[in-house]
Design a protein around this ligand. Structure first.
Ligand code: GLA
Length: 706
């Protein structure tokens, strides 16, 4: 296997390759780094031949506008610049000289220095041999030593500019959303100009998610070329998708948002988060599978683990928690086969409603007179792990924490404070807040046998001031996230058995940055199985089922009022990390018995769902039928989850051809014993035989016979 990064010094080319794709960098005569190619795999010789095709020259144009992989503001380029600075004397143009290269088989660092000012820019690359996913980030360093050098203001430091090749048309795929309706997929023609997806909320947000996919408008679920990229960051972010009139398209991905800047004093550096990208040829499904593989194998902290079936008490009890009530739920949950019992909000301080107690992370003395120990012991006795809800970055003004440290919240002394859900955001950029948070959680985890935290974040930043900051108060936007990551990383090191769920009013903190240090994500507070189909469809575009928390809750659903059969609710939730979140005290004996069967069925296919390859056979937007197939990594088993909303009288269910099976193999239905030929399943599909009623559903488990 040739090295994943090949260098051709004569042509000043680097070819970064995965098994089927390459990204080619070229340094031109003026040391500008061009993105020469992003697509199918090329040899260095093939890549060099691209230099025989010079960029077209036009009046009033710098031909490199929209063609640079490291796009630093300056010269006659007017498009979105990934690196924008302001030097102490007001100069905003950068002129970078290439100064160094360091390279291994799979990493490359190209260093540039400004011709005049004390600033270096390092462009870091890492390519993954299995998927071809390419990671990039930048390090900007103020190399001055004297105060006289003045600070450098960094206006924009995008981790990467991804240069998309010329296509016959451009279509943009993205997800948008809101509370209760996260990750709604949309595909639209890319307009000319700049399309900016962003969060200015201090967190990833419900409203957009930091990834995009681009195709020429003809890609389908299983066919066609797709260029995709994402940003690993859980604070404010910006993805600028630019289509110039010259038909050059770039995606520039970075943290921060205008007009927030970074101040670099002499000697300081700014390290950006990672932006990763993938070029795939198997349609949107192929792109998703590359991302799933990359996140499963290279990003998640415990990739090989199976996530347990979880119970969460929130919808059952809300703030009304007690040892007796939780124990009763735990007993019923254990009877269903649940493996991890999570007590949600309402267990600490004076938190009997959402207006008090947030920040006081000690058990409520009336509700838990002997601490959490008795409940935790009971849960462990029942054979389950114990999890607890926390929201460490927040405070209710009516709390002991706030009374002791009113200066710890984000605020401007001259401005009113927006309270949302009766809470304020702690300024985690402050070292004392970060130290308090670590100590408090470490104590909680040391004194109690807690296996799992549901780590929530229920409101965005507003009035983000830091009046007594020693240096630039705007650093809080970035430092909040850095300190959040550092606290989680330290807790995980100190408590190696701890697993964490990222939650933010549902799915507002979902990104590859938080996934590097958590084990699963709470997908949405909306647990209505029908709405979930769309949410999960959007979620699955980038993120694997292994991190997608999905609860089965009561019917009618407490939020939407919609009634759906138990099987349907289960079959939808089985598409991710199955969990139960209903009020089990109100489930009938028949419902509990059926639920136990469905949990057992899930456990049989769980390795395929959580670690296998996912094929979206029919999407919720396609019609009444929604279906997802999961194939074991070794291809020996497949699971198919099917839901059908309604069937019109006189119409048969559609055929459902499966994917990626061995045509010559035979597959036995593990439940009915029926034997199917691979080739027949691939071309004619699975005979569905769903019940005729509305909201029918099924799980099929096929095992290859050899
Ligand atoms: C958020 C979460 C919910 C629940 C509540 C508790 O809304 O998304 O799942 O934990 O907070 O207050």
């Amino acid at each position: 296997m040739p090295p994943h990064i090949a260098h051709d010094p004569d042509h000043r080319l680097w070819v970064l390759s995965g098994p089927t794709s390459s990204y080619v960098l070229h340094l031109d005569d003026e040391d500008r780094l061009r993105g020469l190619h992003w697509g199918r795999r090329l040899t260095p010789e093939q890549a060099a031949s691209l230099l025989e095709r010079p960029l077209p020259r036009r009046q009033f144009e710098d031909p490199t506008d929209g063609a640079l992989a490291l796009d630093a503001a300056g010269g006659m380029r007017y498009g979105h610049a990934a690196v924008q600075v302001r030097f102490a004397d007001g100069v905003r143009d950068l002129e970078l000289n290439w100064t160094a290269e360091s390279r291994t088989d799979d990493t490359l660092v190209l260093t540039f220095a400004d011709r005049h000012y004390p600033l270096t820019v390092e462009a870091h690359f890492k390519v993954y041999a299995d998927t071809g996913v390419l990671e990039r980030h930048l390090v900007l360093r103020h190399t001055g030593t004297e105060a006289a050098d003045g600070p450098v203001t960094v206006v924009r430091a995008d981790s990467a500019t991804w240069t998309v090749p010329r296509l016959n048309g451009y279509r943009l795929s993205q997800v948008h959303g809101q509370w209760g309706a996260e990750t709604q997929l949309s595909r639209t023609e890319l307009p000319y100009g700049e399309t900016v997806l962003s969060s200015r909320r201090g967190t990833t947000s419900h409203h957009a998610n930091p990834w995009v996919m681009l195709d020429d408008g003809t890609a389908t679920e299983e066919h066609g070329r797709v260029h995709s990229c994402a940003l690993a960051w859980s604070g404010s972010w910006q993805l600028t998708v630019q289509r110039l009139p010259t038909e050059r398209v770039t995606v520039s991905a970075g943290f921060g948002h205008a007009p927030i800047t970074w101040q670099l004093p002499p000697g300081a550096e700014l390290r950006t988060p990672v932006s990763a990208a993938a070029y795939t040829e198997g349609g949107f499904g192929g792109a998703s599978r590359a991302w799933h593989r990359y996140l499963l194998d290279h990003v998640l902290p415990h990739p090989g683990e199976l996530r347990p079936v979880l119970y969460n008490s929130w919808e059952a009890t809300e703030f009304d928690v007690s040892v007796e009530g939780q124990s009763a739920l735990a007993e019923r949950a254990a009877g269903l086969g649940v493996e991890l019992f999570v007590m949600d909000d309402g267990w600490f301080g004076s938190r009997t409603h959402d207006a008090a107690g947030l920040g006081d992370w000690t058990p409520n003395a009336e509700r838990f007179p002997d601490g959490l120990g008795p409940l935790i012991d009971r849960v462990h006795e029942l054979g389950m792990r114990f999890g607890l809800w926390v929201e460490p970055e927040m405070v209710n003004p009516d709390s002991d924490l706030y009374r002791a440290h009113p200066d710890w919240v984000l605020h401007h002394p001259t401005r009113r404070r927006t309270e949302h859900r009766n809470q304020l955001v702690l300024n985690l950029a402050r070292p004392d807040v970060a130290a308090w948070m670590y100590d408090r959680l470490d104590e909680l985890l040391t004194k109690n046998d807690i296996d799992f935290l549901k780590w929530d974040f229920n409101r965005p930043f507003t009035e983000a001031g830091w009046p007594d900051a020693e240096s630039d108060p705007e650093a809080l936007w970035t430092e909040h996230v850095h300190n959040l990551y550092a606290v989680i990383d330290r807790l995980r090191t100190a408590h190696p058995h701890l697993r964490i769920e990222s939650c933010s009013s549902g799915g507002a903190r979902l990104d590859p940055g938080i996934l590097a240090r958590t084990d699963q994500v709470w997908t949405s507070d909306n647990t209505d199985a029908l709405d979930r189909l769309d949410i999960q469809h959007g979620f699955s575009q980038l993120y694997p089922a292994r991190v997608m928390g999905a609860w089965v809750t009561d019917s009618p659903n407490p939020y939407t009022g919609r009634s759906l059969p138990l099987d349907f609710r289960f079959h939808v939730a089985m598409a991710g990390v199955l969990a139960i979140g209903g009020d089990l005290a109100r489930w009938s004996a028949a419902e509990l018995a059926r639920a136990a069967e469905l949990v057992a069925a899930y456990k049989r296919v769980r390795p395929l769902v959580q670690h296998g390859r996912q094929y979206r056979l029919s999407s919720p937007g396609d019609g009444e039928l929604s279906a997802v197939q999961y194939l074991a990594p070794d291809g020996t088993e497949a699971a198919v989850l099917v839901t059908r909303r309604a069937r019109r009288f006189g119409h048969a269910d559609p055929a459902l051809p499966l994917r990626a099976l061995a045509p010559d193999a035979r597959y036995r239905d593990a439940d009915t014993g029926a034997l199917h030929h691979g080739a027949v399943l691939l071309s004619h599909g699975l005979p569905l035989r769903l019940a005729p009623q509305d909201n029918a559903s099924a799980l099929f488990h096929l095992v290859r016979e050899d």
